[in-house]
Design a protein around this ligand. Sequence first.
Ligand SMILES: Nc1ccn([C@@H]2O[C@H](COP(=O)(O)O)[C@@H](O)[C@H]2O)c(=O)n1
Ligand code: CDI
Length: 160
Amino acid sequence: MIRIGQGFDVHQFAEGRPCIIGGVEIPHEKGLLGHSDADVLLHTIADACLGAIGEGDIGRHFPDADEAFKDADSGELLKKVWESVKAQGFDLGNLDCTVIAQDPKMAPYIQEIRERIAKLLESEVEKINVKATTTEKLGFTGRKEGVAAQAVVLLQNGQQ
Ligand SMILES: Nc1ccn([C@@H]2O[C@H](COP(=O)(O)O)[C@@H](O)[C@H]2O)c(=O)n1
Ligand SMILES: C[C@@]1(CO)OP(=O)(O)OP(=O)(O)OC[C@H]1O
């Protein structure tokens, strides 16, 4: 059986916060604001995985009103989501993601991010693609107010 899931998330920029995207801290004048570490890409991937297994979304599993998740490492949240994926008997087919940001420039960090995600999902790095795009200075990302991310995941189990 194969299952598909998609995710989308946005976090705004704020002073005095780290800019963590895809589990990698990226040097930038501003960071991302959130209840957790605000890793917009890992949240998106978690939502795509939860969607694929019919388990709702990240906020249902890790509520932003719960102090337990204050400044949480989103890598740890994604690992928990991946345990649920495995518990349903699924493995990664492939994952494709897009970071939508005017800044920071993602290209120098893409390979490190792929490797980090591969580790979190216990998968080969070749199954994971990470892209970036600007919005040509249009909209909230174009005005550098925040970062958006999208992901599509394909999960598969033994019987195909
Ligand atoms: N934050 C970003 C945005 C884009 N890139 C890379 O630049 C290429 C061109 O972007 P356009 O929005 O002008 O299409 C894009 O394909 C990425 O390779 C980036 O590294 N970081
Ligand atoms: C991750 C959680 C939980 O700490 O908080 P945030 O960092 O605010 O992220 P968001 O993508 O808004 O939603 C999921 C939340 O429940």
